[in-house]
Design a protein around this ligand. Structure first.
Ligand SMILES: CC(C)(COP(=O)(O)OP(=O)(O)OC[C@H]1O[C@@H](n2cnc3c(N)ncnc32)[C@H](O)[C@@H]1OP(=O)(O)O)[C@@H](O)C(=O)NCCC(=O)NCCS
Length: 153
């Protein structure tokens, strides 16, 4: 019998066993899709991060990581596979990062938005901080959002 598709993507905290899946999505999106050198994507900081994985219809379709910094958390490696872009996976990933960051006591979430993704983050309530700069040969803009304290875990 054919499986019925999930109505929405599921976002989960990635365990150690899931890191290879996160890397595979990042390779597809950043290395193959944008020409970012793999050594830049795999920067040695993954061990210090909390990773998130989006699944939809039993397929991994997106990932992101949250890196703790002094007094704030940073969203990094936000990636959705091309086939399902524009369908809400990126928004759900960012909401999961925000919820986790707020629950673990961070008052704000910061990120470096690729120029092509600035409007995506603006729609989610992020505000620009400073001027555009080059990172991995791609124009970026620092952005930030204040988080509301949340109870739980
Ligand atoms: C940027 C990215 C993560 C967005 O993920 P997504 O799943 O396509 O985004 P969503 O469908 O959740 O979009 C949420 C909203 O932002 C809008 N949006 C998404 N990407 C956008 C973009 N690049 N520019 C402008 N608006 C965008 C959507 O239309 C949607 O609008 P709505 O509020 O009217 O519904 C995805 O396009 C991606 O992986 N891009 C390649 C890697 C990348 O650039 N990552 C960001 C690095 S900083």
């Amino acid at each position: 019998m054919e499986a019925v598709g999930d109505a929405r993507p599921r976002i989960e905290l990635a365990g150690a066993d899931d890191l290879l899946t996160c890397w595979a999505i990042r390779r597809q999106v950043f290395v193959e899709g944008q020409g970012v050198p793999e050594a830049i994507d795999r920067d040695g900081l993954d061990g210090a991060c909390t990773h998130f994985l989006a699944h939809w219809n039993q397929r991994p379709v997106g990932t992101a990581r949250l890196r703790p910094l002094p007094g704030e958390a940073k969203a990094e490696r936000v990636a959705v596979v091309e086939a399902v872009r524009g369908l809400g996976v990126g928004r759900l990933l960012m909401e999961a990062l925000e919820t986790h960051a707020a629950r673990t006591g961070f008052p704000r979430l910061v990120l470096h938005a690729q120029e092509s993704a600035i409007d995506f983050y603006t729609r989610l309530g992020y505000e620009a901080e400073g001027e555009r700069f080059l990172e991995a040969d791609i124009l970026h803009l620092a952005m930030a959002k204040r988080l509301h304290p949340r109870r739980g875990r």
